[in-house]
Design a protein around this ligand. Structure first.
Ligand code: ATP
Ligand code: MG
Length: 359
């Protein structure tokens, strides 16, 4: 997978860019605050139609402007993805090869990329929300139908919670069935993925230089059995009085966690900064392998300032793994050339200053 051309209008501090990208990718250099991360965020917008950093669409519109646009030509022009957003009316429009898509999920994952950033450590060290988001993004990109089920689950949950807040158990119950149907599919996909990839996560963490054994485990109320849907229905029924008291749905996949541990101890609580960073990189590599397997070719790799903070040994180990897993297009951002590994410098360089790009 590669991005061959990129057009940006009023996305963050990037006013107007029309760029051609080489197959190998580019090295993006520039001082702090000039727009390097914004450029990667714009590229990733074409993957998920959401901000990589979790920002709201309206925050992506350039200050003082009304709308932004990002368009990308992929695989040498084989297809084209465009996304636009207008602050007025909060309207988002996505098109594929010029045809508007009605459901965003139909266009999600047409372009595939994996983004590595120092803030990824937050996935390991932060609250469960970040780890669920990691799983949801990855499965939305890798598994057909996952995003649609997730959207259904969220919508049922929202309505059920609204009824619970009004103290209406009878109204809330009407959403149990849609919540359980969609939620069971989400739960099954997540547990299946974690089981399948946990050994690989351990192997990658070891390959990155970690000596302690790393694992991931999906933590849920009750691990799904053959019939996850009716199990979830039972769970909702048994929690109903508590849900009513609290005014929200207190059990379900929206409360689960992806537990990451070293020698059986949770990395979130006991991991050192370096161990958490290593685990975060392993998560991104596992994500890259998952996408590569589902799409049949490696995703685009976006590296935002990730090499500088690794010691030499871990940097060399990471480069080996990248060489295997992500041999395709790489966009490597850093303030200075000295912070980019020598083996990645054999690509054209772009300099970013004040939201402009000079090749
Ligand atoms: P660093 O090396 O510090 O990570 P960077 O080059 O990655 O820097 P970015 O995060 O891409 O920097 O860009 C940050 C700049 O973008 C800031 O100056 C910020 O004020 C500006 N910015 C953020 N959002 C918007 C927006 N909606 N409109 C205009 N400018 C914005
Ligand atoms: Mg940055």
């Amino acid at each position: 997978m590669e991005l061959s051309g990129l057009t940006i209008r009023n996305f963050r501090n990037l006013a107007s860019l029309d760029l051609e990208l080489p197959s190998a990718g580019v090295v993006v250099l520039g001082d702090n605050g000039q727009g390097k991360t914004n450029l990667l965020e714009a590229m990733y917008y074409l993957v998920l139609f959401r901000s990589l950093r979790g920002a709201k669409d309206r925050e992506l519109v350039r200050f003082g402007e009304e709308a932004f646009f990002v368009g990308g030509r992929a695989n040498g022009g084989a297809f084209e993805v465009r996304a636009g957003y207008e602050s007025a009316g909060r309207r988002k429009k996505i098109s594929l090869d010029g045809n508007p898509v009605t459901r965003i999920s139909d266009a999600v994952g047409k372009i595939l990329a994996v983004s590595f950033a120092p803030s990824d450590r937050g996935i390991v060290a932060g609250p469960a929300t970040g780890r669920r988001r990691y799983l949801d993004v990855l499965l939305s990109l890798a598994e057909p139908g996952y995003l649609a089920r997730l959207t259904e689950m969220r919508s049922a949950l929202k309505q059920r919670n609204a009824a619970l807040r009004r103290g209406r158990g009878d109204e809330a119950r009407a959403f149990d069935e849609p919540l359980a149907s969609a939620g069971a599919r989400v739960l099954e996909a997540r547990t299946r993925w974690v089981e399948r990839w946990s050994p690989r996560f351990g192997a990658l963490t070891a390959a990155l230089g970690e000596r302690a054994e790393a694992r991931m485990r999906y933590r849920t109320h009750r691990p799904p059995t053959a019939d996850a849907r009716s199990q979830f229905l039972d769970l909702l029924a048994s929690h109903e009085s508590r849900d009513l008291r609290r005014g929200m749905t207190t059990a379900g996949p929206h409360r689960d966690d992806l537990e990451l541990s070293l020698e059986g101890r949770e990395l979130r609580m006991y991991g050192s900064a370096g161990q958490q960073r290593t685990a975060a990189i392993a998560l991104r590599l596992v994500e890259a392998e998952t996408l590569r397997d589902s799409a049949g070719s490696p995703p685009i790799a976006l590296y935002d300032d990730v090499f500088a903070e690794l010691d030499e040994d871990r940097q060399a180990r990471l480069l080996n793994l990248i060489h295997e897993t992500l041999p395709g297009q790489a966009i490597v951002a850093a303030p200075r050339e000295s912070e980019v590994p020598a083996s990645m410098l054999d690509r054209p360089r772009w300099r970013v200053k004040g939201g402009r790009v000079a090749a």
